[in-house]
Design a protein around this ligand. Structure first.
Ligand code: IPE
Ligand code: IPE
Ligand code: MG
Length: 224
């Protein structure tokens, strides 16, 4: 049975779900938020310590302004409503990505991170304005500036995931098989599951099925 410390998820398919059932992409984003809550609960039940959720990529700025605004408003309201509750559940929230949004959201993200900093039941890494290529370029810049020796462990130190074990398992919902600039370095040896279901339809049962199958995989890491 493989140990499972860290699950990363590309939560894809909200827009298509919204268009299909509610004639609105944004309705799909709203529905996707309920899946986030279900999956957080189930992650705790499974005693998994790290959950990384891809919520907004550096490329997602190419979407229409109305959709981008809706997404951030949704996040803002979610944090306002739930951060106390997450804190009570001993959950830590960490943002990975570049935190440069509108002032109110920046502040809320800072407050949420600070408030939950010491919690240790589950760490949720929310990938927001995150792009793996820019993360790697920034890490290289710091390496050079600090005149550090260029090697794997020094580069890892300057990634936003510093101190977090690499994901054991990556799940992408939404019937698309690509990484979309997510954790390119950190996923080097992760087990990858592509799920056909759109994110708002993904549920606890689907999640547990993936976890069960993950646990049975023979992970080699180059060995035999
Ligand atoms: C993923 O769902 C969520 C975000 C990128 C914010 P999408 O919005 O990409 O949904 P589809 O892929 O268009 O259906
Ligand atoms: C990846 O989904 C980003 C998030 C889930 C936040 P996208 O829907 O943006 O990916 P592409 O553009 O289809 O590859
Ligand atoms: Mg998509």
């Amino acid at each position: 049975m493989n140990p499972l410390k860290h699950v990363a998820i590309i939560m894809d398919g909200n827009g298509r779900w919204g268009l299909r059932y509610k004639n609105s992409r944004n309705a799909g984003h709203k529905a996707g938020l309920s899946t986030v809550e279900k999956i957080i609960k189930e992650t705790i039940k499974n005693k998994i310590k790290f959950l990384t959720l891809y919520a907004f990529s550096t490329e997602n700025w190419r979407r229409p302004k109305t959709e981008i605004n809706y997404l951030f408003k949704l996040l803002e309201n979610f944090l306002k409503d739930k951060i106390e509750d997450l804190n009570k559940q001993n959950i830590r929230l960490k943002i990975i990505g570049i935190k440069s949004f509108y002032p109110k959201l920046n502040k809320l993200l800072d407050i949420s991170e600070k408030k939950t900093f010491k919690n240790n039941k589950l760490q949720i890494n929310l990938a927001l304005n995150y792009g793996s290529k820019s993360e790697l370029v920034n890490a290289c810049k710091v390496l050079v500036k600090n005149k550090d020796k260029i090697n794997e462990s020094n580069l890892t130190k300057y990634l936003q995931t510093e101190g977090i074990p690499d994901p054991d398992l990556l799940i992408r919902t939404g019937n698309t098989k690509r990484l979309s600039n997510f954790l390119l370095w950190q996923l080097a040896y992760s087990e990858i599951f592509f799920e056909k279901k759109l994110w708002p339809d993904f549920n606890e049962k689907d999640y547990n099925k993936v976890i069960k199958n993950f646990k049975k995989i023979k992970r080699n890491f180059g060995k035999i």
